[in-house]
Ligand binder design. Sequence first.
Ligand code: THU
Length: 130
Amino acid sequence: MSDLDDLFEAAKAVREKAYAPYSNFLVGAAFRTPDGTIFTGCNVENASYPVSVCAEGGAVSAMIAAGYTRIAEAVVIGDAALCTPCGMCRQRFSEFGTKDLVVHVADLDGIKRSFTMDELLPAAFELKDE
Ligand code: THU
């Protein structure tokens, strides 16, 4: 299997763990760091809706907690819909990726579209001086 197949399978597997009783929309995310370490996350909803965490947010938290800060490639998988990351998650990817970071958007059958961060979030907000 290719690295991208591994990421797709990891995202698909973690999607099954999603806790989404309010939307019934299960999402999984998997990232690869530059050294090949994979982190995953699923959406976790809450009866107080703003408390909910997107799949991408969960994966970012796991990555940071493990001491990594760079995302080299990402897969996000919803179901039939094209599950492009929401605005907050585009900002998260922007913080820990580069403009060339590719985010692959998949459904259960495979990757449907691939976007660079520059496409997803042009003119990104950036506090750092680099
Ligand atoms: N969701 C994600 O986890 N990631 C996305 O990229 C889009 C949407 C979640 C949030 C909410 O739990 C559910 O999908 C419906 O919006």
